[in-house]
Design a protein. Structure first.
Length: 210
């Protein structure tokens, strides 16, 4: 099953596709039409499609794109690895990762602190409060904590290391807190700046910035 669209086609989305297609793919298909590129949907929801540019075809599946390798995509989801790669390239807040001390013994090689108390001792040596505690692979401000002292840091770590929680992560990050007065976000692709905008968020929504 599939439908092919391209320059010169006058069509409207079928209601099923319009309701089911992810917003980012709706934007992609509209951009393809505006630029005169043909695209083909492969599923009834419109979330698996191919865009044709010249002789090349690019496959998009939901919110996955063909532009990054699997390794690059995984690094983008891993905040600790991003920090380790980029700390000498761009200014970044000091960041340390901590492996869940309660993980199984087979992972002991990754545990540089044997208990939560040892994690807190390391925080006292390496940082000054307040600081940010967050899960390593979180998104949309999930499990981001602005902690003022060691007791709050301990509670934040217990939440992140709660293996019964759907927001569990076996790596928690501690990060230097840097107050900001203005926040800008940019989107770059292949060395070119495509989009830049300033974000406005009240104190209630500070998590989105960290």
């Amino acid at each position: 099953m599939g439908r092919t669209f391209g320059k010169g086609f006058n069509f409207g989305f079928q209601p099923l596709i319009l309701c089911s297609m992810l917003p980012e793919l709706q934007c992609l298909t509209q951009a393809a039409l505006n630029l005169g590129y043909a695209y083909r949907t492969h599923d009834r929801n419109g979330n698996l499609l191919t865009v044709e540019i010249g002789e090349r075809k690019y496959l998009f599946e939901r919110n996955y794109t063909p532009f990054n390798t699997e390794t690059e995509a995984r690094i983008c989801l891993d905040k600790e690895h991003c920090y380790q790669l980029l700390q000498g390239v761009v200014p970044m807040p000091k960041t340390l990762g901590f492996f869940d001390p309660k993980q199984a013994a087979q992972y002991n090689a990754y545990k540089h602190q044997a208990s939560l108390d040892q994690v807190l001792d390391t925080l006292d040596r390496e940082f000054r409060y307040p600081l940010i505690i967050k899960r390593n692979r979180g998104a949309l401000a999930s499990q981001v904590h602005w902690v003022q002292d060691a007791p709050e840091a301990g509670e934040a770590l217990r939440q992140i290391f709660n293996q019964q929680s759907k927001e569990y992560d076996y790596v928690a990050l501690a990060q230097e807190f840097i107050p900001t007065s203005r926040e800008f976000r940019v989107v770059c692709f292949r060395g070119q700046l495509l989009l830049a905008y300033e974000r406005f968020a009240g104190q209630r929504y500070f998590k989105a910035a960290y």
